[in-house]
Design a protein around this ligand. Structure first.
Ligand SMILES: Cc1cc2nc3c(=O)[nH]c(=O)nc-3n(C[C@H](O)[C@H](O)[C@H](O)COP(=O)(O)OP(=O)(O)OC[C@H]3O[C@@H](n4cnc5c(N)ncnc54)[C@H](O)[C@@H]3O)c2cc1C
Length: 392
């Protein structure tokens, strides 16, 4: 790997995540893929070695230092290399925690972050609804003020860690007549009356990750659980995506690297025509292209993470979107090529490679599909050009 100039702490975090991935995730990845159970024993191991602390500041019992984004990316990449599904328990928690980290009050941070840092309580982020996917501004869940509470009504769909997490950051309309400008974020705890879960989804990949509907029926949430001010929900959501998309890129990167590792090893073992298949130029070219794409994705994600951790004045939206877009396209193409290297064995469930294809696909879909990432990148580019006076 290239020298990316990691600090001692980052190197230690990376090595620890790799050790846990190899010792605790890889041996059980196939088992959880088949059963679709939530991997609580593995999540507890991840918590025991403090992996959940890596993206939380020291004031709230974390160990993030000044590089929470890079830490999260390194941990997510290493865990996803062994199992993209299990890794999501942590990555989904980080996503659910972002609105609190970015826009929460000091009181909210003190109340919720230490338990998340300890891995005692998982978090989840709830934006998507049956009628509001790519068009996130179309959310219909309402949160109407009633005395010192807000009353939530509506349904959130396909929420990662749904049913397993205890802390949910949920966007809802506090002023429906204002549309997206009337949206606000709330912290909703699992045992709140009126908050229930739908069935667990049966997915093609990342099957160790729980995905469920959330139902709110006259669910009374204390007013102190409002994140930021009323009407700032979409700003918080957009800032969350700025911070979290390199993490989706890291999931994709880890899966791509994991698939490449297996393909390279297999190509040196499998013999045809009296030679290892790795001796054939057609196959070596494939491996070379796969490795080049993986390293390019890594360089973009790390550079973006470093940029975000330096707290730039301007929003890093374009680079976050590029990281997610590029790495997820790489993950799908590298996983498919890795399967090709395995030939017919790659198509068999007895071999670990087809799982990478199924797992990688989701990274092109969630946290904004890749069409939406391209749309955002293009919009920013054209907007900047116009503001420079480029339109005649
Ligand atoms: C396993 C899983 C986990 C998820 N976890 C979470 C979670 O934790 N929290 C959460 O809030 N959400 C979550 N989601 C939801 C996810 O973010 C959405 O599925 C995603 O944003 C796309 O929305 P949609 O599925 O409704 O697709 P749609 O918006 O219906 O899009 C359908 C197709 O049309 C394309 N399309 C739509 N609009 C445009 C456009 N303007 N230009 C070009 N193409 C367009 C899309 O790219 C896509 O190909 C999860 C989804 C899945 C499958």
């Amino acid at each position: 790997m290239l020298d990316y100039g990691f600090t001692e702490e980052q190197t230690a975090i990376r090595e620890l995540a790799r050790e846990i991935a190899e010792k605790e995730l890889r041996p059980v990845a196939a088992k959880y893929d088949v059963s679709g159970e939530f991997p609580w024993p593995v999540v507890r191991k991840m918590a025991e070695v403090d992996l959940f602390r890596t993206f939380i500041p020291e004031e709230y019992e974390g160990i993030a230092g000044s590089t929470p984004t890079m830490n999260l990316v390194l941990v997510t990449e290493e865990l996803s290399r062994a199992c993209g599904g299990i890794a999501l328990a942590l990555a989904g928690t980080a996503l659910g925690t972002m609105p609190i980290l970015l826009s929460g009050s000091e009181e909210q941070k003190k109340r919720f972050l230490p338990d998340i840092a300890a891995g005692k309580r998982l978090a989840a982020f709830a934006l998507t609804e049956p009628e509001a996917g790519s068009d996130a501004a179309g959310v219909r869940t309402t949160a109407l003020k009633s005395g010192d509470h807000y009353v939530l009504n509506g349904t959130k769909q396909w929420i990662t860690n749904g049913g397993e997490a205890e802390i949910y950051t949920v966007i809802a309309l506090t002023n429906p007549s204002k549309g997206p400008r009337g949206a606000s974020f709330f912290i909703v705890e699992k045992d709140t009356p009126g908050f229930t879960f739908g069935k667990k989804e049966d997915k093609m990949g990342i099957r160790a990750s729980a995905t469920r509907e959330l139902h709110f029926e006259d669910c009374r949430v204390p007013a102190e659980n409002l994140i930021g001010r009323e009407g700032t929900g979409f700003i918080t959501a957009m800032r969350t995506f700025d911070a979290s998309r390199p993490g989706v890129g890291a999931q994709a990167l880890g899966m791509a690297q994991g698939a490449l590792d297996l393909a390279l090893a297999y190509s040196c073992e499998r013999r045809q025509f009296g030679s290892p298949i790795s001796s054939f130029q057609g196959l070596r070219f494939m491996l070379a292209d796969m490795a080049t794409k993986v390293e390019a994705a890594r360089a973009l994600i790390y550079a973006t993470s470093r940029h975000i951790d330096a707290q730039p004045k301007e929003r890093p939206t374009i680079y976050s979107a590029m990281s997610k877009l590029f790495a997820s396209d790489v993950a799908v193409s590298v996983a498919l090529d890795a399967l090709q290297v395995f030939g017919g064995y790659g198509y068999m469930r007895d071999y670990p490679i087809e799982k990478y294809v199924r797992d990688a696909k989701i990274t092109q879909i969630y946290e904004g599909t890749n069409q939406i990432q391209r749309e955002e990148i293009g919009k920013i580019m054209v907007g900047e050009q116009i503001s420079k006076g480029g339109r005649k």
